[in-house]
Design a protein around this ligand. Structure first.
Ligand code: AR6
Length: 180
């Protein structure tokens, strides 16, 4: 089965192959643009699945800076909330992993603040923004592990949803290395 689960304290970190728009976690995370507008990739798919009410709300949220996060309703999605975060456009600089880790940490802090117990992430920045999947897997898994180890709060399930088999395999290997 295309799923791998690891316990971290009271919480579970999971990687699955699938479509983020179909997840039944309380929140799903959008790899957004700074305007929080419906774009291509994950953002386009989430806005299509949620319906036009999502953009109606997003346009009032005042945009989002790289590495930060905003929350909205989920409308026609199974998920009650969408957390929007803007990943870095990959440049090969030392700032890339700092900003990518901030996306995950700030999204999780916002989820915790809203009492959200389960959340699904896509592989932020690894599509249109060009972040190499191997590096992104290491940075994102470590950011989530560090958050769960340091914050025994409401968040009990963090799921990474990988779209392709290749991306899933890269995440599986990275997770086995991080948490053998
Ligand atoms: N479910 C899960 N993962 C998906 C799905 C899906 N339905 N669709 C694509 N992916 P991207 P970015 C994967 O480009 O790189 C947008 O236009 C995809 O294979 O969505 O952060 C925004 O508006 C890739 O691995 O996000 C921004 O302008 C990953 O999700 C910009 O693109 C992220 O790909 C953000 O670029």
């Amino acid at each position: 089965m295309e799923i791998l689960r690891k316990n971290i304290g009271q919480a579970v970190l999971e990687i699955v192959r699938g479509d983020i728009t179909q997840q039944d976690t309380e929140a799903i995370v959008n790899a957004a643009n700074k305007q929080l507008a419906p774009g291509g990739g994950v953002a386009g798919a989430i806005h299509r699945a949620a319906g036009p009410e999502l953009w109606e709300e997003c346009r009032k949220l005042g945009g989002c800076e790289t590495g930060e996060a905003k929350i909205s309703g989920g409308y026609r999605l199974k998920a009650k909330h969408v957390i929007h975060t803007v990943g870095p456009i990959y440049s090969g600089s030392a700032q890339d992993p700092v900003l990518l880790a901030s996306c995950y940490r700030n999204s999780l802090e916002l989820a915790a603040k809203h009492g959200i117990e389960s959340i699904s992430f896509p592989a932020i920045s690894t599509g249109i923004f060009g972040y190499p999947i191997q590096e992104a897997a290491e940075v994102s898994l470590k950011a989530v592990r560090d958050f769960l180890q340091g914050n025994p709060g409401p968040v009990k399930l963090v799921r990474f949803v990988l779209f392709s088999e290749k991306d899933f395999d890269v995440y599986r290997a990275a997770l086995e290395e991080l948490l053998p």
